[in-house]
Design a protein around this ligand. Structure first.
Ligand SMILES: Cc1cc2nc3c(=O)[nH]c(=O)nc-3n(C[C@H](O)[C@H](O)[C@H](O)COP(=O)(O)O)c2cc1C
Length: 290
């Protein structure tokens, strides 16, 4: 039960408001834990403390100074808040993974980013308590599946359900329901959520075990190069070994037209469709038309 609570508060920014707005986007448990109040769940992994880090490993406030209180200082019209996760918008992506021969999993990730052009590399940060964490650690593989407006609901659902007890791909969800119903066949589309979205696992082109999500317009197949234990989250640095692109978004000249895919962004607890186009790379220095 506690895990669900954690899911809802983190990345949402809601708890931040209640706790005087100091940490939009969550992560507040860590600071409270530092000040002696217990908020985090018990460690799942041996040798980890409640925030998921190993003893002796520095948390976020390594200086030992108390972080800034909100509203205590101001510079002009800006209140000075203590450090928190405020980098928005971010992508919200569905990361798929699997051990060979086992039920695949999908985790929704907001703490993801591009970190290098050559070789093409990305990072995703995952709490060690997540079911997907150990799968990715053991297999060294994952797939970042971009999310469209059509897939936004499924993306959110994968972010509040754990693969530990819930199958997230439609086929596996159906099998799970059948098993729960004593092998009595249940019509497709009657599951609590996953089946209507019909998330389908497809064979990856370059990876051994992790599947791609067929409904996603672009899937980045990634091989883990390094795991860095940061504190609450472990960051997986990975090389993008190949990218699977839906032909529907490739124009006649072979160019990728992502504008028409309807991708989403995530900002301070809210999913957004992308807004109006403002300009393209370098438009600020180009001669204006007309
Ligand atoms: C929008 C959103 C973003 C999330 N971002 C992250 C993240 O970056 N890292 C993380 O560990 N969990 C994140 N979560 C929580 C996980 O997706 C959630 O705990 C999920 O149930 C884990 O699934 P698993 O146990 O099958 O791995 C996010 C959830 C949502 C809804």
């Amino acid at each position: 039960m506690k895990r669900k609570k954690d899911n809802r508060a983190e990345y949402s920014g809601r708890r931040a408001k209640k706790q005087s707005g100091r940490e939009a986007g969550g992560e507040s448990g860590q600071i409270l834990a530092k000040s002696g109040k217990k908020t985090g769940k018990k460690p799942k992994q041996p040798g980890r403390d409640a925030s998921g880090k190993k003893p002796g490993q520095p948390g976020r406030h390594v200086s030992g100074k108390r972080p800034e209180q909100p509203g205590k200082r101001a510079i002009g019209k800006k209140q000075v808040w203590r450090g928190g996760n405020m980098l928005y918008p971010v992508p919200a992506v569905m990361v798929s993974c699997a051990r060979k021969g086992e039920r695949p999993d999908i985790i929704t990730i907001a703490w993801a980013g591009t970190v290098c052009s050559n070789p093409p590399m990305v990072s995703i940060s995952i709490r060690p308590q997540r079911y997907s964490h150990d799968i990715i650690e053991e297999t060294g593989e994952f797939v970042i599946n971009l999310v469209t407006e059509k897939l936004a609901r499924a993306c959110d659902w994968c972010g509040v359900k754990s693969g530990r007890d819930t199958a997230k791909f439609a086929a596996e969800a159906k099998a799970q329901r059948d098993e729960a119903a004593g092998m009595k066949k249940v019509p497709d589309g009657t599951s609590e959520m996953a089946a209507p979205e019909k998330l389908t696992a497809g064979k990856a082109s370059c990876l051994e075990a992790a599947p791609i999500i067929l409904e996603s317009p672009v899937s980045l197949e990634c091989r883990v190069k390094q795991k860095i234990e940061l504190g609450s989250h472990d960051m997986f640095l990975a090389e993008v070994v190949c990218v699977d692109v839906d032909e529907a978004f490739i124009d006649s000249k072979g160019r990728l037209d992502l504008d028409s895919a309807g991708l989403i962004a995530y900002s301070h607890g809210t999913y957004f469709g992308l807004g109006k186009k403002l300009g393209t790379f370098g438009y600020s220095v180009r001669r204006r038309e007309g």
